[in-house]
Design a protein around this ligand. Structure first.
Ligand code: AMP
Length: 509
């Protein structure tokens, strides 16, 4: 089944409902959106000569056209290649060349930098131009017959080291992902909506699918990105609103001066994921915004579908394991198997720490034009996530840290997240990142980078005491660095590689 069928179905059943909005203004109903998509799909094949299986790149910041462009690509049987709008021109050049895309839809801000790139045979179309709008006047094309294992989305990983890899996500992967949203994450009613404050090229775009399937509207913020004040304003305009947010975005949202007083009844659900949510932060967020939170753990290679912690679990405060569950990433989605293994891929007993493996219909077909990486990552038929965690006897998975973030000091493993959770209990600490620094005697020593809350200056002695009260002595930081901000990538993930590089440079100088 072609993913475009999801839109067709909603257009038939709920054609008059709003499908796409810019801020508080509805732009298209479902019937209008489907017509635009079918017309655009027709032009992509007839005018630009694209054939099923070809790649079409989308170098766009969040904009209303994103929705129709993705669905038109699928309608025409093409592979969509969304590219994060904040990437460096060299990264654009690599992804555009590597994917072999012949056509690239761009927002005006990217038209000029991309036209300067040396990518052979690439044609750019500005989605705010008259040329683009004229494409909507063409004849509607039928939905292309595809194989469910055809690639729908070439998902480029955020890749903090080396070149990004393109995870080949098929129509089947995304359909099963869509189906699993409803039992495992949240319900959606026709007429609800999703606010795309995070990049559509990444996580937020995946959430478009269950929302379209349920005839909910796609709301693009007028700013095109994440502005906490704008989110609060839109929560007062729309109803049944969902938003996907990295934990760092949740933190910024609840720290907005109006967060506690704004009328946020329209904000139904915040699905967070993509990085660790600390227990103290999660509780604070629920205290400010109420029981609106659900967590997912996924990765580009198994989009948004590995485990989930439902809204109900977030408020199950009387459960004896409540704290531990809140610190976990929840239970495996109903559509996948998850296990934790040792270095030889043998399943470990409950509670033991190892690599997280996933198998199921949401797992990618492989990496685009990279058979070696595919063979390694999918060996034995299981996706090797590179994430480290432990499964408890109730089936809840707790992630520790990626193996490269583990600190080994004096032969003992120290999981930075455990130390970070403790330091965040201090009311004066806004953000923290713990890394290992080379140490001549211990191999590595624990260093904490701390961002203090405005007007606060937590004392090292108080932080040290907190650690002594909560965790083993050897895990506590030997050094503290107070910094104004932590380095983060375009998705709001803390770049521990940059922190380690700073420490290594210091040690070498
Ligand atoms: P990406 O493929 O760019 O979406 O990054 C996926 C990675 O983000 C995963 O492999 C995890 O390391 C991390 N991640 C995703 N969701 C969570 C979560 N809920 N908690 C902690 N880390 C997460």
């Amino acid at each position: 089944m072609n993913l475009a069928t999801l839109l067709r179905r909603s257009a038939l059943a709920s054609g008059s409902l709003g499908a796409v909005a810019l801020g508080d203004r509805t732009l298209h109903t479902f019937a209008q959106l489907e017509r635009r998509v079918a017309a655009l799909a027709g032009q992509l094949t007839r005018r630009f000569g694209l054939v099923p299986g070809d790649c079409i790149a989308l170098a766009m910041r969040n904009c209303p056209q994103y929705v129709e462009a993705m669905f038109a690509a699928w309608h025409a049987g093409l592979t969509a290649v969304p590219i994060n709008a904040k990437l460096h021109p060299r990264e654009f050049e690599y992804i555009l060349s590597h994917s072999g895309a012949k056509l690239c839809l761009v927002t005006p801000d990217l038209a000029e930098p991309l036209s300067a790139l040396a990518v052979a045979g690439l044609r750019l179309i500005d989605v705010e131009s008259a040329e683009y709008e004229a494409l909507m006047a063409g004849d509607a094309a039928p939905i292309a017959e595809i194989d469910a294992n055809d690639v729908a989305w070439l998902f480029f990983t955020s890749g903090t080291t080396g070149q990004p890899k393109g995870a080949m996500i098929t129509h089947r992967n995304l359909l099963i992902m869509t189906a699993s949203y409803f039992p495992d994450v949240d319900t959606i009613a026709a007429g609800d909506c999703i606010l795309h404050a995070a990049p559509i090229s990444h996580g937020s775009g995946q959430y478009m699918l269950p929302q379209i399937a349920a005839a909910a509207m796609q709301v693009i913020p007028a700013s095109g990105g994440f502005d906490p004040g704008e989110v609060l304003d839109l929560a007062g305009v729309h109803t049944g609103m969902t938003m996907f947010a990295a934990p760092t975005m949740v933190k910024r949202l609840i720290e907005h001066p109006r967060a506690a007083t704004a009328d946020t009844r329209g904000l139904k659900t915040i699905v967070y994921g993509g990085g660790p949510m600390y227990v103290a932060d999660c509780k604070r967020a629920m205290a400010v915004l109420g029981p609106k939170f659900a967590q997912i753990y996924g990765q580009g290679e198994s989009p948004m579908t590995i485990t989930a912690l439902s809204k109900a679990r977030h408020v199950d405060v009387h459960h004896p394991d409540y704290e531990a569950r809140l610190a976990s990433v929840g239970m495996p989605h109903t559509v996948v198997e998850v296990r934790v293994v040792d270095a030889d891929d043998r399943t470990l007993p409950f509670g033991e720490i190892g690599e997280v493996l996933v198998r199921g219909d949401t797992v990618m077909r492989g990496y685009w034009r990279n058979p070696d990486a595919t063979a390694t990552t999918l060996r034995g038929g299981w996706l090797h996530t590179g994430d480290v965690g432990a499964m408890n006897a109730d089936g809840f998975l707790t992630l520790k840290d990626r193996s490269k973030d583990l600190v080994i000091s004096g032969g003992s493993n120290i999981y930075p997240r455990e130390v970070e959770e403790v330091l965040l209990l201090h009311p004066g600490v806004a953000e923290v990142a713990v890394v290992g620094a080379p140490h001549p005697e211990w191999g590595e020593e624990v260093v904490a980078f701390v961002v203090a809350r405005a007007g606060e200056s937590p004392a090292v002695e108080a932080l040290d005491q907190l650690c002594l009260d909560h965790i083993a002595r050897f895990k506590r930081p030997k050094r503290y660095r107070f910094v104004a901000a932590l380095p983060k990538n375009n998705y709001g993930k803390v770049l521990k590689t940059a922190l380690r590089a700073d420490l290594a440079a210091e040690a070498g100088s």
